[in-house]
Design a protein around this ligand. Structure first.
Ligand code: ARG
Length: 534
């Protein structure tokens, strides 16, 4: 039995301090450890590692803990909430494929916190303010064929693309767009109505996509929401000397030499506020409203400087700040060349999801399946979107995300369909055995290696969830689930389950049930649906 249930290097760690050799310390510790009723044996390995083997009873107790963490954990009702901001698209055009990154990574981080009992408030910081609205207004006036209220997001995209094409020939258009946005800022009634219609059209479509992705966000607070919340903080910063007059009346913040941060503008010379300014108002608003313990911003790595400057400014203003963290992610390579040539040079997220579902449909058709005809469409949606999302979540978010259809769309390896398939397999074993709820037997005297491996891995489920939450790293959860699938499948292939003698039959069915439960819990957190049959 290699490795043991637990391994520790504590003897090596404290050796210097205690003034004894690691081996001597380990020997002493082992004497103590072996007195515990949960420990079967402990032994020294290598230069002073201690490998601990638990009793079967202790291993069964750990399964109960893994089972318990499949349900949402008790709410930490006395703690201040965690604010998680994600998705945050710039609207007036359709969601592009890259928007999926913040959207699903953010949702998973929020789900992890919630599942583990934290109070969580989620926010969508929608880019609903900016010259893109001016551009659209100009395009609509010149070339718009329909009434705005009959337009869909494709019509907005067509106008947007037209504006860009025409403005290459006519530079004056850009000025017109800026002027149109200016009049929106100044409260022009007609522009305001136009803006509202565009926001509604965009949000309607965005919500549809969120539904497909199992994403739901508590608050939509667009940038426009902060329009009336900036003046007071500009005053505050001016008075305290944090914001200084720059050229022609602009306001800027400067940072200490050692921070290596370039100055940040908070008010332009023409009196308009910018992205930075709104984000300061965001911090202030969330503090006042929710008093969070921490605030996470799930945003592309290209905004690193923005957030560094922002957090530095907030500190200079001496606000009583929560922990602020920019949860970065890298860029994603495009799914395939064909898609990148679509109109407007954007790959629409909806198109990419449809493509994933089509591919899933073909993938499923190649296999034998027990799914009735009428459920097949649903299954393709589940597998296609699950595969797409999983391949993103299974990569370390801090690196660039590599997307290939081949890696995503397969029933083998670290993929969504593999996890879904393993869940369906475990469920079908339970169905065949006609068991619903099953506890492991208490009279087990010895374990087969496959059973032991599975039980050891299951015991790590609570820690895997906690680690994924703490580091805000969804791939730590996918990795855990992937390994669980491998270990379960190898037990499935090596040992009889339903045909085994007792008490092995009950044990293996209980392990099958727990495998299904852990996979379902993990998949839910990952926004991925898992089928009962496949
Ligand atoms: N709308 C921005 C963009 O698409 C992202 C917003 C990030 N959040 C924030 N609080 N600045 O680039």
């Amino acid at each position: 039995m290699s490795h043991g249930d637990l391994t520790t290097n504590v003897a090596m760690q404290v050796s210097k301090k205690v003034g004894k050799s690691p081996i001597d310390i380990a020997k002493e510790l082992i004497n103590e450890l072996e007195a515990s009723e949960d420990i079967e044996s402990a032994e020294i390995a290598g230069p002073g590692f201690i490998n601990i083997n638990l009793t079967i009873a202790a291993r069964l107790k750990l399964l109960l803990r893994a089972q318990d963490v499949c349900s949402p954990q008790k709410e930490r009702s006395k703690e201040a909430p965690i604010v998680v901001e994600y998705s945050s698209p710039n609207i007036a055009k359709p969601l592009g494929v890259h928007h999926i990154l913040s959207t699903v990574i953010g949702q998973v981080i929020a789900n992890l916190y919630r599942h583990l009992g934290y109070k969580v408030i989620t926010v969508n910081h929608i880019g609903d303010w900016g010259t893109q609205f001016g551009k659209l207004a100009v395009a609509d006036k010149k070339w718009g064929e329909k009434d705005m209220k009959d337009c869909g997001v494709e019509d907005l995209l067509a106008l947007y693309v037209r504006f860009h094409d025409e403005s290459e020939k006519d530079a004056g258009l850009e000025d017109e767009a800026r002027a149109a946005f200016k009049s929106l800022e100044q409260g022009d009634k007609e522009m305001r109505e136009f803006w509202k219609k565009v926001v509604d059209i965009s949000m309607r479509e965005i919500k549809e996509t969120y539904k497909r992705l199992n994403v739901s966000i508590d608050h939509d607070h667009g940038e426009s929401f902060y329009e009336d919340k900036m003046l007071s903080l500009l005053d505050e910063g001016r008075k305290s000397g944090v914001f200084k007059e720059g050229e022609k009346g602009a306001l800027i913040a400067e940072f200490p030499e050692e921070s290596n941060l370039p100055p940040a503008i908070v008010l332009k010379a023409d009196g308009s506020t910018i992205y930075h300014t709104r984000d300061l108002a965001v911090i202030k608003y969330r503090m006042g409203e929710w008093h969070p313990k921490s605030s996470l911003y799930v945003v592309d790595i290209s905004q690193k400087l923005h957030f560094e400057q922002l957090f530095a400014m907030a500190k200079q203003l001496k606000w009583d700040l929560p922990e602020l963290e920019h949860v970065i992610f890298g860029h994603m390579s495009l799914p395939d060349a064909k898609m990148s040539t679509r109109k407007g040079n954007i790959i629409r997220l909806e198109d990419a999801l449809d493509e994933a579902v089509n591919r899933a449909d073909k993938l499923i058709a190649e296999r034998e399946t027990i799914v009735p005809e009428e459920d097949k469409e649903e299954l393709s949606e589940m597998v296609g979107i699950g595969a797409f999302v999983y391949t993103i979540l299974s990569q370390n978010r801090k690196s660039n995300i590599v997307f290939t259809w081949d890696k995503a769309m397969t029933f083998e390896g670290n993929s969504g369909p593999y996890v879904q398939y393993t869940h369906a397999r475990a469920k079908s074993v339970l169905e065949k055995a006609e068991v619903d709820q099953i506890d492991p037997p208490s009279d087990i005297e010895s374990l087969e290696n496959h059973e032991l491996m599975l039980m050891r891995h299951m015991a790590k489920f609570p820690a895997a969830l906690e680690q994924a939450r703490k580091d805000a790293m969804p791939h730590k959860l996918t990795q855990y689930l992937y390994e669980l699938c491998q270990i379960y499948n190898s037990m499935y292939n090596a040992l009889p389950i339903i045909k085994a003698d007792e008490p092995q039959k009950t044990l293996r069915l209980a392990l099958t049930k727990l495998t299904a439960d852990i996979l379902k819990t993990g998949a839910d957190i990952l926004t991925i649906r898992v089928p009962d049959r496949m």
